[in-house]
Design a protein around this ligand. Structure first.
Ligand code: UGA
Length: 434
């Protein structure tokens, strides 16, 4: 099939590369000439394991073409995927400006014959219906143009998006049209995962429900981390036992400094906004967000109350999670600001995200070439994202360089007993200080 992906972020670029790899002819449409010219050279612009290789391979085999022109790709496409951003506006609502803007432009370029317009962006219920109405209104005069709209939400995770796209748990196809459903089922044939065939509104809500459930599980774990800390219990033992119940499962029950990224915080906020427009009480979702914010605030307090003002602290891990350079809504950003406000000096290290953090904090903090040089002259170490290289750290080196042997582990990556044996004063989240 010939496909167009509008947008080359995590969703657009990764999904486009995967379909190209399966032999489809793929256009990727962007709006910034400098970015498109880098993408054409095989630079994915985002840090994502395996993506550069996949992009270069499919560019070389001429299955991927980048363009800035709707007229170059839309008239040739069997399916047009909308994969542009829906950022959070000031009131928490999803900003749909880009969605309607591209839908408008698509409507002027649809070919004679049939096209499926499929939305992969996370959008509030009713958005795809509006996309349909907008296109229908624009092509009214041309009876030769046929199209349908479908919602195929995306569930890939940053840091493992290539693998997630090749091997998803499920493929959700939301449409009222039999032809669109068959076209999308045909396209997805080489991809694993259970098929969920549904209507458009349900598909739109499935995406929010999935991210809200994941966020709820994390905040639930963070709530129980507080119970554990107050009562002397161990959150890991609690979650291990709870997670063995197959109805609940163990994943996403890891407490720490809370969830960040461009998706969970934004989508929970958008859902709160959607709840209000429907007159539905958003209390559950508001609590999820509140607990999340408090998780990082408690971490700042824990550090501040156990160290002296003016001490120097080393921070390992700045991205919102490992294997990405993404710092959008990263807990680290709030923690850095909080610790600076409390008068601490900060030395930081992250394998990928330092450049981005530098753009926010400039010379207010010191950036380091590797994790061990970041420790020099510091009193304490904080772990803020769980990159493998931190999990497998050289503790002898840490002991040698760290002045006060204090570690605050915001991701619970070390064993408290081992840490005690090695002589560290070790604070984690919801686990006993031994
Ligand atoms: C999330 C979803 O997991 C994807 O399924 C979805 O497609 C994506 O959003 C999206 O909507 O595009 P992502 O934001 O890449 O993916 O990251 P997650 O792996 O979900 O992690 C989010 C945050 O939660 C991270 O900051 C992570 O450290 C934190 N987390 C995760 C916890 O604090 N505890 C856990 O148990 C799990």
């Amino acid at each position: 099939m010939t496909l167009t992906f509008i947008g080359h972020g995590y969703v657009g670029l990764v999904t486009a590369c995967v379909f190209a790899d399966f032999g489809d002819e793929v256009y990727i449409l962007g709006r910034t000439p400098e970015k498109i010219s880098k993408l054409k050279q095989g630079d994915p612009l985002i840090y994502e394991p395996g993506l550069e290789e996949l992009l270069k391979k499919n560019l070389k085999e001429k299955r991927i073409k980048f363009t800035l022109e709707f007229s170059e790709c839309i008239p040739k496409s069997d399916i047009v995927f909308i994969a542009v951003g829906t950022p959070m506006s000031d009131n928490g609502e999803a900003d749909l400006t880009s969605i309607y803007d591209v839908a408008q432009k698509v409507s002027t370029q649809l070919k004679k014959g049939y096209t499926v317009v499929c939305c992969k962006s996370t959008v509030p219920v009713g958005t795809n219906k509006k996309i349909y109405e907008l296109i229908e209104k624009n092509i009214l005069k041309n009876k030769n143009i046929k199209f349908d709209v479908a919602s195929c939400p995306e569930f890939l995770r940053e840091g493992s998006s290539v693998n997630d796209t090749f091997n998803p748990d499920r493929v959700v196809i939301g449409t009222d049209s039999k032809k669109a459903r068959e076209t999308l089922l045909e396209l997805h044939k080489p991809i694993n995962g259970k098929r969920i065939i549904t209507d458009i509104a349900s598909a739109e809500l499935i995406k929010y429900a999935s991210n809200a459930m994941l966020a709820t599980k994390i905040s639930f774990a963070n709530l129980f981390a507080q119970f554990a800390e107050k009562s002397g219990a161990d959150v890991e033992a609690i979650m291990n036992a709870v997670g063995l119940d197959k109805r609940i499962g163990r994943s996403f029950l890891y407490p720490g400094i809370g969830f960040g990224g461009s998706c969970l915080p934004k989508d929970v906020n958008a859902l709160i906004h959607i709840s209000k427009t429907y007159g539905i009480d958003p209390a559950l979702l508001e609590s999820v967000t509140k607990i999340n914010i408090e998780s990082r605030e408690r971490f700042i307090e824990k550090v501040a109350s156990n160290l002296r003002e003016g001490w120097q602290i080393c921070l390992w891990g700045l991205s919102f999670k490992p294997n990405t350079d993404d710092i959008r809504e990263a807990p680290s950003i709030y923690i850095i600001e909080g610790l600076l406000n409390k008068g601490f000096k900060l030395k930081v290290y992250d394998p990928a995200a330092q450049e981005k953090v530098k753009k926010i904090f400039g010379d207010r903090i010191s950036y380091n070439q590797d994790q061990y040089s970041a420790l020099k002259d510091c009193d304490a170490l904080c772990i803020l994202s769980e990159w493998n290289q931190f999990k497998e750290a050289d503790f002898e080196k840490i002991k040698k360089d760290l002045k006060s042997d204090v570690i605050f582990d915001g991701r619970n990556i070390y064993d408290p007993i081992k840490m005690k044996k090695m002589g560290f004063k070790y604070y984690s989240v919801g686990r006993k200080v031994l």
